[in-house]
Design a protein around this ligand. Structure first.
Ligand SMILES: CC(C)(COP(=O)(O)OP(=O)(O)OC[C@H]1O[C@@H](n2cnc3c(N)ncnc32)[C@H](O)[C@@H]1OP(=O)(O)O)[C@@H](O)C(=O)NCCC(=O)NCCS
Length: 199
């Protein structure tokens, strides 16, 4: 999870040609679209789908904010969400169960120290009722795949040192503990920076 801080300048050269896209994953009991990629997840079918247009991104904002505000300790303003979602909609995924948004991941990709294309996972949350069904892992894998497609060299994120579920999820996916950041969060808790090298 990201601290409340001034965002970096967005990386514009590698923006999608479709700047309004927010990616959606649908979790349905039945496959809905023969053209979509479906993945079975503990009885649910995970259906990858993309929503089109800036207006739809704005309509999805309350769902994303509801999920993330409920569980993350950092208070984010709507401008922070807009910063990520409007600049990197192709790196923001929702997990849908029917019409209900049950998970969200919000990321970005920009250039670090002028050389490294660094993906950053800013926010991740899964509705309490839908946890431990690999929805969180799938959201992270989707976002990483999109970063790889956009030439990422590495992916980083911060999480509270006490957040066992998040640490296990990311370590299962190959992230390693890179740095400890003392009193990083507004609540005084230390963060661990986790990193995944892609090259
Ligand atoms: C962290 C979070 C996103 C995980 O989502 P999820 O869909 O439940 O995660 P997954 O089902 O993909 O779990 C993957 C792995 O994470 C670990 N994990 C998940 N929940 C766990 C829990 N409650 N306790 C211990 N380990 C847990 C397990 O190792 C699990 O793998 P396993 O089932 O093979 O053991 C979810 O707990 C959440 O939204 N928490 C609140 C917000 C948050 O902390 N976000 C992360 C900020 S960086």
């Amino acid at each position: 999870m990201a601290p409340k801080k001034k965002p970096n300048k967005p990386f514009n050269n590698h923006q999608t040609s479709d700047p309004g896209l927010v990616s959606k994953i649908n979790l349905n009991n039945e496959a809905t679209d023969s053209t979509s990629k479906n993945h079975k997840l503990n009885g649910h079918i995970l259906n990858d789908k993309q929503m089109v247009g800036d207006e739809s991104s704005e309509l999805q904002m309350p769902d994303i904010m509801r999920l993330i505000q409920k569980d993350l300790s950092e208070p984010y303003s709507i401008y922070t969400y807009r910063y990520f979602i409007h600049n990197w909609p192709m790196l923001c995924y929702l997990a849908m169960y029917g019409e209900k948004c049950v998970g969200a991941i919000v990321c970005k990709l920009d250039v670090h120290k002028k050389v490294v294309r660094r993906g950053y996972i800013a926010m991740l949350a899964v509705d309490e009722k839908y946890r431990q069904e690999k929805i969180g892992s799938n959201l992270v894998m989707k976002a990483i795949a999109a970063m790889v497609a956009d030439g990422a060299d590495e992916v980083v994120l911060e999480t509270e040192i006490t957040n066992e579920p998040a640490l296990r999820l990311y370590e299962n996916l190959g992230f390693v503990r890179d740095k400890r950041l003392f009193r990083y969060y507004l609540n005084g808790v230390d963060a661990l920076r986790l990193k995944l090298w892609l090259r």
